[in-house]
Design a protein around this ligand. Structure first.
Ligand code: GRF
Length: 195
């Protein structure tokens, strides 16, 4: 069986992309990243792809494009790489049906919170605030399918609780969350590609 083909979409640093690249390189993850695409031409994730010798495509939304036109163009670009799975790893644009309907059941998102908790941006910060107000005892991370335009929701593939410590700062909690994400993303992808 040939290795599953992953197209990874990133908007920023790409530490989760790096975990996937490292997992593929070590053989821990039986897959290959065939392209990395970013809406932000200066995203460090693109540089990580170049360093790994993988096609790195900058695809910013043009002023002439509305959301549907951008998503259609993005879908066409993604399709050229014939992906088995499309991984949103710190991808900060909401995707519409123009892309999602072209890849049904193939789009996976990573979110730094537990299901139904803190959808959208600044999830780690909002979890820490909620903890400090005594509203939650812990937070977590999840990997889920993206069936539609809902924000950070969809069938959950994996989730993991992450402790919040009384003396956590945003930096210490974010570091614990990201380390958990890196492991959970690679292990979840591995179970998808080996089934
Ligand atoms: C991660 O926390 C991911 O869950 C969220 O954005 C962050 C991306 O981090 N959607 P990185 O770019 O992979 O370092």
């Amino acid at each position: 069986m040939s290795a599953a083909r992953l197209v990874v979409l990133v908007s920023g640093n790409g530490s989760n992309l790096q975990a996937v690249l490292d997992g593929c390189a070590s053989g821990e993850l039986r897959a290959q990243v065939v392209a990395v695409i970013s809406d932000k031409p200066d995203a460090f994730g693109l540089e990580r792809a170049r360093r790994a010798g993988i096609p790195a495509v900058a695809q910013p939304k043009l002023a002439t494009q509305d959301r549907a036109a951008y998503d259609s163009a993005l879908a066409a670009q993604v399709a050229t790489f014939k992906p088995d799975w499309i991984v949103l790893a710190g991808w900060m644009r909401l995707l519409s049906a123009k892309l999602l309907d072209r890849f049904p059941g193939q789009v996976i998102n990573l979110h730094p919170a537990l299901p139904e908790m803190f959808p959208g941006t600044h999830a780690i910060e909002r979890a820490l605030d909620a903890y400090q107000r005594g509203e939650i005892a812990c937070t977590g991370v999840m990997v889920h399918l993206v069936p539609d335009e809902g924000v950070d929701c969809g069938p959950v593939l994996a989730q993991q609780v992450v402790a919040i410590e009384p003396n956590d700062s945003l930096e210490t909690l974010a570091a614990r969350i990201h380390a958990t994400e890196h492991n959970l993303l690679v292990s979840t992808l591995n179970s998808l590609v080996t089934h």
